[in-house]
Design a protein around this ligand. Structure first.
Ligand code: HEM
Length: 413
């Protein structure tokens, strides 16, 4: 896509022999706005989602129409700031567990596999927000963390799909027993199993079936863990390559008091840390391509796109669009210091936009801010090699090889 973009720019179509049809690609924010906002009713989820459906059944990332609307409305309150604020302890504990491990490795002079560690930590967070204390019970029952397959296996092939499907049985058992026991949270904070069991359709008062809840849970596990892990992974990589940015980040963090359990509000009040994370997601958006399919014909970039046609747009290219970003390849968090309002909307879309925009945006940002605050306070991370970084554009944007990094202790270590 980088090759074609250099040659053809914002709008082009490519013949996909496997599907015997053209896929159209649009990377200008105006066209993205038409697809996601102005004419979004003319689009269904596209070809990328057919495969995800094998894993996620009918969860909101793949569902459509009235059913999607109903599910989204019922889930939305669970992502209210008031609820997310109560996950502060969950996020702090997961970070502290990793911190103890990194402190030990740092003392022993061992490097860390940042890619794996981000994945394990973000998985622990999302699972605990979903299952509360039931996670420990499930782990005890099976003798190991039954969700470990998600971090151990980056390939999302059919074998993975089979293993993942087995997890749904386990989740189903948890949901059923929780329903039977009165749908209360399992622990000292809200959890999504209880929230989904108690959610009601405001039109008719109906709740979700166990099957529907299981699909939404698997959706949240997949959508909520790899994406956040990828964003953190790229952030560490970028900080390691840009000591001047790192120094400004350190200055902000060192000037702030460290709380044992940082709150959402306190984290959001750290302007430079927020910009570092935003800028990392601009350069390396975890969801690097988004697909839709036309229902009726539409006009995009002056072309008539036929009905029932696959349309892609890519946050990766939108975020580098030369019309809207200066020195687009450079890692410069300061660029977000200018009022972003003078840039047209939809030039920055790591969480997409419109009706289907990411429901977990604030949760993800909260997790990332806490992590950076805890860890950049104590360590500098540097890659152990200088090999060129290449992409593996799977569902998420990954580097072909994990980032192995050396830990250098800072004064607060
Ligand atoms: C840095 C982290 C994350 C990134 C970059 C990200 C990105 C995205 C994007 C681009 C979409 C839109 C896909 C589309 O329009 O086709 C999306 C949707 C979604 N995300 Fe996230 N996400 C992140 C974290 C999370 C978290 C923590 C959750 C937790 C539950 C989550 C749950 C979802 C769900 C359920 C949807 C589907 C929304 C709908 O279609 O109504 N995401 N995400």
């Amino acid at each position: 896509m980088r090759g074609i973009y250099a040659e053809l720019g914002d709008a082009y179509r490519v013949y996909a022999p496997g599907r015997q049809s053209h896929t159209w690609v649009f990377n200008h924010p105006d066209d993205v706005r038409r697809i996601l906002v102005n004419n979004h009713r003319n689009y269904t989820k596209g070809v990328g989602f057919d495969r995800i459906k094998i894993l996620l059944g009918n969860g909101i990332i793949v569902s459509e129409g009235e059913f999607w609307k109903r599910q989204r409305r019922m889930m939305q309150p669970g992502f209210h700031r008031r609820i997310l604020g109560q996950f502060d302890g969950v996020i702090a504990r997961a970070n502290d567990r990793l911190l103890a491990e990194w402190q030990r490795k740092c003392a022993a002079g061992e490097a860390v596999n940042v890619t794996d560690d981000m994945s394990i930590m973000t998985l622990a967070i999302i699972l605990t927000t979903i299952f509360g204390d039931d996670l420990a019970a499930m782990t005890q029952e099976t003798g190991e963390n039954p969700f470990a397959v998600l971090t151990a296996e980056p390939t999302r092939d059919l074998r993975f799909a089979y293993q993942f499907r087995k997890l749904t049985t386990l989740i189903g058992k948890c949901v059923a027993s929780r329903r039977a026991a009165g749908s209360q949270p399992a622990g000292d904070h809200p959890d999504y199993v209880a929230m989904l069991l108690n959610a009601r359709d405001k039109d008719n008062g109906d709740g979700m079936t166990d099957r529907e809840i299981v699909d939404e849970i698997t959706t949240m596990v997949v959508a909520g863990h790899e994406t956040t892990a990828s964003a953190l992974n790229w952030t560490w990589y970028l900080l390691g390559e840009h000591p001047e940015v790192e120094a400004r980040l350190h200055a902000e963090i060192d000037a702030s008091e460290e709380a044992a359990v940082p709150s959402l509000q306190a984290m959001e009040a750290l302007p430079y840390t927020n910009k570092v994370i935003r800028e990392a997601m601009r350069l390396y958006p975890p969801v690097w391509v988004i697909s839709r399919r036309t229902i009726e014909a539409d006009t995009l970039a002056g072309y008539t796109v036929p009905p029932d046609t696959d349309v892609f747009f890519s946050p990766y290219f939108v975020h580098r669009h030369p019309e809207f970003w200066t020195d687009a390849e450079k890692f410069m968090p300061e660029r977000f210091e200018q009022q972003t309002d003078d840039r047209p909307r939809l030039t920055y879309i790591p969480f997409s936009a419109g009706a289907h925009h990411c429901i977990g945006e604030t949760l993800a940002i909260f997790e990332m801010l806490v992590h950076m605050n805890r860890f950049a306070r104590r360590f500098r991370l540097r890659r152990v090699d200088n090999d060129p970084v290449e992409f593996e554009a799977l569902i998420n944007l990954r580097a072909t090889r994990p980032f192995t990094m050396r830990l250098e202790p800072r004064q607060n270590y």
